[in-house]
Design a protein around this ligand. Structure first.
Ligand code: ZN
Length: 245
């Protein structure tokens, strides 16, 4: 299956490879999903699925990326990873995915049917790919430099969500992960963002949206009980996402 990626990779020559060919899951990848010890230790199974099932990266005119595929997978964005996982599921079981979601108004658990092939993909502009835009933060006047969040950020996020104390710092942690530098410091951490005005953090998040493309995984559904609309986010790193529903 051919997949359009929101971001893709840029070669040293400046060529953009934002299409991928993927395969479907076989018994081999099913085994990764049954490896309880590995599943509990992190998102290693995502790396393994991607390394097995991404067959190649391509440019818009169809030329294949000749660089190291494993290294390329480390460089693609979180949005690319989400897109690839959704398309791998689609290639394996077809586009229809059944999920359950609790209504945020009344709490009723609803059965939802989703067509994965209709999720909207927004591509980042070619000119921002592979760049690290410099920002002047409007409130503090500090300088910051953005970077694309990759699989590495997903691994960190997974660990954060397991630790309730760290989870409370999700806003500053996510903003830190989207920065290459802050006020001259390379690879800032959550603590570095704590004294930064919230307006500056919002600015960082807004500017990041211009750097990264996305796949829309927010699902709006009308509750069958209270008839109000509620939003649910598709969780593509959940092991259950790769089961037949
Ligand atoms: Zn409801």
């Amino acid at each position: 299956m051919d997949v359009q990626l929101p971001d893709g990779i840029k070669s040293e020559m400046g060529l953009v490879y934002d299409k991928a060919k993927i395969g479907e899951m076989t018994g081999q990848q099913q085994n990764y999903l049954m490896d309880i010890e590995s599943l509990q230790s992190g998102l290693g199974y995502i790396d393994r699925i991607l390394n097995d099932l991404i067959l190649g990266f391509y440019s818009q005119d169809g030329s294949e990326y000749k660089g190291d595929k494993k290294e390329a997978i480390k460089k693609i964005s979180i949005s690319d990873v989400e897109t690839l996982l959704i398309k791998i599921r689609e290639a394996t079981y077809g586009p229809i995915y059944y999920m359950k979601g609790a209504c945020t108004n009344c709490g009723k658990v609803n059965d939802m049917k989703l067509d994965l092939s209709t999720l909207e993909i927004t591509r980042s502009p070619d000119e921002v790919k592979g760049t690290n835009p410099e920002l002047a933060l409007p409130r503090s006047g500090k300088k910051a430099q953005l970077k694309l969040m990759t699989m590495d950020s997903m691994h960190k996020t997974f660990k954060i969500f397991r630790n309730p104390k760290a989870k409370a710092e999700i806003i500053t942690t996510m903003a830190a992960m989207s920065l290459k530098s802050l006020d001259g410091k390379e690879n800032p951490e959550s603590d570095d963002l704590k004294p930064i005005p919230i307006m500056d953090i919002n600015f960082i998040n807004d500017e990041y949206k211009k750097l990264s493309g996305r796949i829309d995984t927010n699902i709006t559904h009308q509750c069958k009980d209270c008839e109000q609309d509620f939003n649910n986010k598709l969780n593509v790193v959940d092991v259950n996402f790769f089961s037949l529903t």
